[in-house]
Write a protein that binds this ligand. Structure first.
Ligand code: FES
Length: 556
């Protein structure tokens, strides 16, 4: 059997002939990013082998890589079958430098946590109560040591906050890449992965161990024992709640799209695998539908959407665009699959928002294209916000037309600095960004698909509520990705209707800040349960008008 050695981990493993490099890496416990879970779409599972060893592989569908890359020994791990001993170099992942928004808008609330502690001098014990139920008794007086954690379980990132329930203050926050991204970038690929043998448990356990790591690090930094943490709120989309609790998410992927869990209940933390107090609890906030989850429920609370007068459009932009239309307290929700382009996936030089990613782009005829990277160093790729800015600048300057096609630079109507960047290489039109980075026609198409899906969702949500774009009083953009976007780019791209110019506010991570509010005041939870029941859900999956709206919304 061929022996594969993965470096830099230096982990050898024997595999049968025909195993793909991606399968071998999973057997060896080596992490290779595979956002499309081996479907061959994302091009992000590239690894390097010595060029002389290429003959030991059978490579299928290498459409993502240039001839130069293949000659240099770069192959897609998911489409390279092993037929001989190999040394495989795995690129370093980006998560160490990821830029994750952990703070979000919230409101002052009365502190009334579900967990309370009372010292009884008669027995020299501290009684730990969950609501009015005694959870446990601890020896001595530990009444002042009462902590809770909120975890925003995003499809791409995790953000955890350790909260002192006695003071209501967040003491430490920690964030990380969701380790499940290795098995699939978006919700649908996770659902597919969960259906494989052992897939659900792999997703659950990888997520829970990462949450335990974040909680452990936060406790150490705060100088507290994790045994003083009694409650954890899991704030995440419906699929993430299923995966975190080991519930099969398959119903989310098929008609009639009913979530198997609705939230609004407690689970024991130990049954979830969490390393907190032995009698600790996990609370799942209520979900609205299969694709409008607890993160949006938390967003409603953080933005107080149900209390605002007038019309508010709340959008969480990510691989899914989840949105709420609030009109004088009446809420309506929908969600649309934007795909992974906003996470920098399916884009030739796309990357997550980590050091070296181009995050801002602007153009002026005097200074050419200006590219700002995270961390200020050399550009390694482009992340979602940079992608939006870049596309918006190209639309604004006419380099990309309304249909999304690059304009012929020889027509003479483009700014010189940009015209010279538009080139045709091997029959493909692209725009050079730096010596090594470019933006292709296919990339423009990916941006169009993503923005088209979100805009179509907005249009149909407005329509379903007989509301026009002019009537919108305010737009709230939530989420880590949204926080880095510029209103101008969203308007130029047409992701938002032109009528909302000047009305956009970025709220940050409301999944986490809303979760903190639930942690600190448990009476809010029962209010939320009622509220969620009253939300009107506008289903787009089976809506015949969606395709038409989507085609229209793809135009710039
Ligand atoms: S192309 Fe290999 S995992 Fe996506």
């Amino acid at each position: 059997m061929p022996i594969i050695t993965f470096i830099p981990d230096n982990r050898p493993i024997s595999v049968v002939h025909g195993t793909t490099i991606l399968q071998a890496s999973r057997l060896a416990g080596v992490v290779i990013d595979a956002p499309c879970n081996g479907a061959g779409h994302c091009g992000k599972c590239a690894v390097r082998i010595p060029p002389d060893d290429l003959g030991k592989l059978i490579i299928h569908a290498p459409h993502h890589l240039s001839v130069e890359k293949e000659e240099a020994g770069i192959v897609l791990a998911c489409h390279a079958e092993i037929h001989g001993d190999l040394i495989v170099s795995v690129p370093q992942r980006e998560e160490r430098d990821l830029q994750i928004v952990t703070g979000g808008v919230s409101h002052t609330i009365e502190r009334n946590p579900f967990i309370s502690k009372r010292y009884d001098p008669a027995t020299d014990e501290t009684i730990v109560l969950g609501g009015s139920t005694v959870l446990t008794r601890e020896p001595g007086n530990s009444a002042s040591e009462n902590f809770g954690v909120v975890v925003d379980i995003g499809t791409t990132t995790l953000a955890a906050g350790l909260i002192d329930l006695a003071s209501g203050v967040e003491i430490v926050s920690r964030s990380a890449l969701n380790p499940q991204t290795v098995y699939g970038q978006d919700v649908l690929s996770r659902i597919r992965f969960a259906a494989d043998d052992g897939g659900l448990e792999t997703l659950r356990s990888s997520l829970i161990s990462e949450i335990n790591r974040l909680i452990g690090e936060a406790s150490t930094e705060a100088g507290i024992g994790s045994g003083s943490i009694y409650e954890v709120i899991f704030s995440g989309n419906s699929c993430m709640l299923h995966l975190a609790t080991g519930v099969d998410p398959a119903p989310l992927g098929r008609l009639p799209f009913n979530p198997a869990i609705r939230g609004g209940n407690h689970l024991s933390a130990s049954s979830c695998g969490l390393e907190i107090a032995p009698h600790g609890l996990v609370w799942l906030p209520p979900v609205i539908s299969a694709y409008v989850g607890a993160d949006i429920t938390a967003g409603i609370l953080a933005g107080e959407l149900h209390k605002l007068s007038g019309v508010t459009l709340f959008i969480d932009i990510g691989t899914n665009g989840e949105m709420i239309l609030a009109r004088d307290g009446r809420l309506s929700a929908t969600a649309t699959a934007a795909g992974p382009a906003f996470e920098g996936m399916n884009i030739s030089y796309g990357m997550r928002a980590a050091a070296g990613a181009i995050e801002e782009v602007s153009f002026s005829p005097l200074s050419d294209l200006s590219l700002k990277t995270i961390g200020g160093g050399a550009a390694k790729g482009i992340c979602g916000s940079g992608l939006m800015d870049l596309t918006a600048e190209l639309v604004r300057t006419g380099v990309i037309g309304q249909s999304g096609r690059f304009t012929d630079p020889s027509a003479g109507n483009l700014p010189d600095a940009l015209a010279s960047r538009v080139q045709k290489i091997n029959g493909k039109t692209l725009l050079t960004l730096t010596d090594v980075l470019s933006f292709t026609q296919t990339d423009v198409r990916q941006v169009q698909l993503a923005k088209g899906a979100i805009r179509a969702g907005i249009d149909l949500l407005l329509q379903a509520n007989s509301t026009t774009a002019e009537e919108i009083d305010r737009v709230y953009i939530a989420g880590s990705f949204g926080f880095h976007l510029r209103e101008e780019s969203l308007l130029t791209l047409g992701l938002l209707p032109a009528e909302v110019a000047g009305k956009v506010t970025f709220l940050g991570n409301t999944a986490k800040s809303g979760g903190e509010m639930m942690l600190l005041n448990h009476t809010l939870r029962s209010e939320l349960l009622e509220l969620v029941d009253s939300v009107k859900v506008v289903e787009l999956a089976a809506n015949p008008a969606f395709d038409r709206a989507f085609m229209e919304a793809m135009k710039f």
